[in-house]
Write a protein that binds this ligand. Structure first.
Ligand code: ACO
Length: 308
C-alpha cells in the first residue's frame, strides 16, 4: 500500500530516527539526497585542486607532508560520500559523468584561485571552518549512510581547520610581508566563505522541504550566523581584520551583525562563471579520461578473479 509506506516514512522522520537504504522513501526525498550528497562529494573532489596547486611549492618538508595528507583526506571524503550516494541507486561513474558534463554542482568556493601560500592556511581556517559549521549538524541528518559518513569527515575537517589556523598564526608571528600575505588572503576568502552556506533563506528553494525531511537540520542563514560568531574572536586572536565594515556585536541579539556577500557574484559562480570554473572541470575531465585504462584494467582483473 503506497499510503502505508508514506505513513511509515513519516513516522520515522517525526521520531528523528534514521531512514536506511532498504526503507521505502518518497521519490523526491531520494532525489534530494542524491542531489545534495553528489554535490557534496564533488566538492570534496574538486576541492583538492586549489590546495593541490601549492603541493610542489610548500615552504618546508613539514608543510608539504601536512598539505599532502590533507589533500588525500579530501579524496577519501569524496569516496565515502560517493559510497553513501550509491546506496540510493546511483553509481559513482554516473555522478562523475554529470560533474564533468556540468549538470551537477559543486561548492562555489572551489572556483576561486589560490594566489599565495597563505591561501592554504586561509582555506583551512575559513573554508574548512565553514564546512565544519555546515557538516556537524549533518551528522544528525535523517538518511543513515549520509549521517554516518559525516562523523569521520567532521573529525578530519576539524584537524584541517586547526592546521590552517596554526599555519596562519605562524605567519602572523613572522615578517611584515608574511603578515600582509595573510591579511590579503583573508580579504579574498572571507566573502566567498560566507557564500558556502548557500543563498539567504528567503531565496533558498530547497531549505523548507529539506528541513521538514530532516535532511538539513539548520537553515543557510542560521549556519552563516554561527560561522560569523565563531570566526570573529579567532580573527582577533590571529590579529587579522575581516573585510566587512558592517561587522559588529549586537548585544540585543547576542550575535554579530554583518554585511551581505555579493549574491550576484554567487549566482554567476554557481552557474559556472567563477574565475576558475572552466579550469576545475577541464582538470577533472582530463584526470577521469587519463584514468580510464586503470578502471578497465581493474575491471578485467576482477572479472578474471571471479572465473572458477
Ligand atoms: N555552491 C554551489 N551551489 C550552491 C551553493 C554553493 N555554495 N549553495 C547552494 N547551492 C545551490 C544548491 O545546490 C541549489 O542547487 P539546485 O537546487 O539547482 O541543485 C541552489 O543553489 C539553491 O540552494 P538551496 O536551496 O539553499 O540548496 P540546499 O538546500 O541544497 O542548500 C547547502 C545548500 C547548504 C550547500 C546544502 O546542499 C548542504 O548543506 N550541502 C552539504 C554540504 C556541502 O555540500 N559542502 C560542500 C562544501 S564543503 C567541503 O567540501 C569542504
Amino acid at each position: 500500500e503506497p499510503d502505508e509506506t508514506q505513513a511509515a516514512f513519516d513516522r520515522i522522520i517525526e521520531r528523528h530516527d534514521r531512514i536506511e537504504p532498504r526503507d521505502a522513501m518518497p521519490e523526491k526525498y531520494r532525489a534530494t539526497l542524491v542531489r545534495q550528497i553528489a554535490q557534496h562529494a564533488h566538492s570534496e573532489i574538486i576541492g583538492m585542486q586549489p590546495e593541490g596547486n601549492w603541493l610542489t611549492r610548500a615552504p618546508s618538508l613539514r608543510r608539504k607532508a601536512i598539505l599532502l595528507a590533507k589533500v588525500q583526506d579530501e579524496a577519501g571524503h569524496g569516496l565515502y560520500l560517493y559510497s553513501a550516494a550509491e546506496t540510493l541507486g546511483v553509481s559513482r561513474q554516473e555522478l562523475t559523468e554529470k560533474l564533468i558534463a556540468g549538470t551537477q554542482k559543486y561548492s562555489s568556493i572551489f572556483n576561486y584561485p589560490t594566489l599565495s601560500y597563505a591561501d592554504v592556511g586561509t582555506i583551512g581556517w575559513l573554508v574548512d571552518g565553514a564546512a565544519i559549521c555546515n557538516q556537524v549538524p549533518l551528522c544528525r541528518t535523517s538518511y543513515g549512510p549520509y549521517g554516518r559518513s559525516m562523523i569521520r569527515i567532521c573529525k578530519e575537517e576539524s584537524f584541517h581547520q586547526r592546521q590552517g589556523y596554526e599555519l596562519l598564526a605562524t605567519m602572523m608571528r613572522g615578517t611584515p610581508a608574511q603578515q600582509e600575505m595573510v591579511q590579503e588572503s583573508v580579504d579574498r576568502f572571507w566573502w566567498p566563505a560566507l557564500m558556502m552556506f548557500g543563498p539567504p533563506d528567503a531565496d533558498s528553494p530547497n531549505t523548507e522541504q529539506s528541513m521538514a525531511w530532516g535532511i538539513k537540520r539548520d537553515t543557510n542563514d542560521e549556519l552563516r550566523q554561527k560561522f560569523v560568531d565563531m570566526s570573529v574572536p579567532q580573527a582577533e586572536r590571529l590579529g587579522v581584520t575581516l573585510p566587512d565594515p558592517d561587522l559588529r556585536w549586537n548585544a540585543e541579539r547576542g550575535h554579530h551583525d554583518f554585511g551581505q556577500p555579493d549574491w550576484d557574484e554567487f549566482m554567476a559562480v554557481v552557474k559556472g562563471g567563477g574565475p576558475c570554473s572552466a579550469q576545475r572541470i577541464a582538470h577533472r575531465r582530463k584526470a577521469h579520461e587519463d584514468g580510464a585504462w586503470v578502471r578497465e584494467a581493474a575491471s578485467a582483473y576482477a572479472a578474471k578473479e571471479r572465473q572458477p
